[in-house]
Design a protein around this ligand. Structure first.
Ligand code: FES
Length: 124
């Protein structure tokens, strides 16, 4: 096990340092039975674009941002979805411009992109 780098940030409550400042998870779930799934909405392309954008902006790595794949996040009816921690902000995106905005505004500058918020209460 490795220790967080010195660049890792601390939590506001003074708890253990977080290895990443922000973590975004993209649902890439596929289904063969015809039920809604994020993979039907170009989720893989959005994930790939986000990862490349975060790298290009120099935001990737310890103390900064991590972009991760996820399975079903159980909010399929609002898909494609991604969620950003530690804020636990859910996004429903449409295209790569939406991903660019999430990266620039939220992942880089900590400002939530209100227009892309997943509607409250929408689940599977
Ligand atoms: S398939 Fe994406 S949230 Fe369930």
């Amino acid at each position: 096990m490795t220790s967080p780098s010195p660049a890792a940030t601390s939590l506001p409550d003074g708890g253990e340092p977080s290895y990443y400042q922000r973590h975004i998870f993209f649902c890439l779930n596929q289904r063969e039975n015809g039920e809604a799934a994020c993979a039907q909405h170009a989720a893989q392309a959005a994930f790939d674009h986000c990862k490349a954008k975060v790298r290009a902006l120099g935001l990737a790595g310890a103390g900064q941002v991590r972009v991760n794949k996820a399975g079903c996040l159980d909010r399929c009816a609002a898909g494609p979805v991604a969620v950003v921690y530690p804020e636990a902000v859910w996004y429903t995106y449409v295209d790569q411009q939406d991903i660019d905005e999430i990266v620039e505004s939220h992942l880089k500058n900590g400002r939530v992109v209100e227009r892309l918020l997943t509607p409250a209460g929408v689940g599977r």
